[in-house]
Ligand binder design. Structure first.
Ligand code: PMP
Length: 366
């Protein structure tokens, strides 16, 4: 073994506040049925693949040049999509894009969080919110949910007023529990928040609730809505997240974003994929119907699925979730142990994949 491999993390001059922390760690295992990262199980249609290929071939002629630093054409396309989806008129000035909504969230915390500042979130929720907070040295303030994982908006607003965090995260629909936050509840929190309220709408297309984009005009200095093409858009591998906010928020993010962060290839591929939005989003209704079928079947097997507005279901109860998770993997079904005692999370797949999951659920130790 070479000497470089003898060095461990403990030997490095790593920041003290990162010592002992764990990286984001959804296992990437090669099993037949992968229902663990809430992707769209349907591959992109052939016409989309062709269009992306043509667009990338065209873009490749310009690979010796840096991309459009401000991704204006892509942001215009995203604004057009979001305007159609929400009924709220938006322009490219309201939109910002990055490599996945994770990068959007990181840029938000780079600009609005940081040393001496804090971010509050309602747990259990998306595990990257505290991890990105740690990476940007933003103090993380965990706040509770009700025992049924729903958000008590009145208690939430009181806590936000008391703790006065610089950033509040509200995930709607919430990952990993699946419930959406009604706009009236969101407004309780918006009225109480002295800083930014980031509504993480990664799963919005699956939800029956209206988007928080509708509240942008009312709370322009504090509301940010984060979205992604990774879920309903079937573009997780393309890495494209975006936000809608007042143009001033976009100005703020330009202070922290790396120049040319979105490659020529990414911008071209994302624009091509957006041209096929109707085809890819056609799977949303199928997935929502499958979600309801799977929840009903789980109930029939004696499980307790948490009501979900997204493309995944949190369900229990297990005596030992880690043992149950292993049993699913042994049956060729990869789902997710999100660290909630007695519970596991399953992403909605194709009907065949869901049937494989349900068959494994009959055998799993509880
Ligand atoms: N927010 C939530 C709530 C998520 O579940 C995810 C993906 N798991 C993301 C953001 C980030 O996704 P991406 O970076 O692929 O846009």
């Amino acid at each position: 073994a070479g000497e470089t491999t003898d060095v461990t993390l403990a030997d490095l001059p790593l920041r003290d506040d990162l010592r002992g922390r764990s990286p984001y760690g959804a296992p990437q295992l090669d099993v037949p049925v992968r229902l663990n990262t809430n992707e769209n199980p349907y591959p992109p249609p052939a016409a989309l693949v062709d269009d992306v290929t043509d667009a990338v071939r065209e873009a490749a002629r310009e690979l010796h040049r840096y991309p459009d630093r401000d991704a204006v054409a892509l942001r215009r396309d995203l604004a057009a999509y979001l305007t159609t989806a929400t009924g709220v008129p938006l322009t490219e000035g309201h939109l910002w894009a990055a490599n996945g909504s994770n990068e959007i969230l990181q840029q938000l915390l780079q600009a609005f969080g940081g040393p001496g500042r804090s971010a509050l979130g309602f747990e259990p929720s998306y595990s990257m919110h505290p991890i990105i907070s740690a990476g940007t040295r933003t103090e993380w303030v965990p706040a509770p949910r009700r025992d049924d994982f729903s958000l008590d908006a009145v208690a939430a607003a009181e806590l936000v007023a008391e703790r006065a965090p610089d950033v509040v995260f509200v995930t709607s629909p919430n990952n990993p529990t699946g419930g959406s936050v009604p706009l009236a509840d969101l407004e309780h929190i918006l009225r109480a928040a002295p800083g930014l309220v980031v509504v993480d709408e990664a799963y919005a297309e699956f939800s029956s609730q209206p988007s928080a984009v509708r509240l942008l005009a009312k709370y322009p200095a504090t509301l940010v809505v984060s979205r992604t093409m990774s879920k309903a858009f079937a573009f997780a591998g393309g890495r494209l997240g975006y936000l809608a906010a007042a143009p001033a928020v976009v100005d703020a993010l330009q202070l922290v974003r790396l120049p040319y962060h979105l490659s020529v290839v990414t911008q071209a591929a994302a624009r091509a994929a957006l041209r096929h939005a109707d085809a890819t989003l056609g799977s949303v209704a199928t997935l929502a119907a499958e979600r309801d079928r799977v929840a009903e079947a789980l109930r029939g097997l004696g499980f307790a699925p948490v009501p979900s507005d997204a493309n995944f279901i949190l369900f229990g109860r297990f005596t030992d979730a880690a043992t149950a998770w292993r049993s699913y993997v042994d049956s060729g079904v990869l789902i997710r142990d999100v660290g909630i005692p007695g519970h596991l999370r399953v992403s909605i797949g194709t009907p065949d994949e869901n049937d494989a999951f349900l068959a494994a659920s009959k055998e799993v130790p509880r």
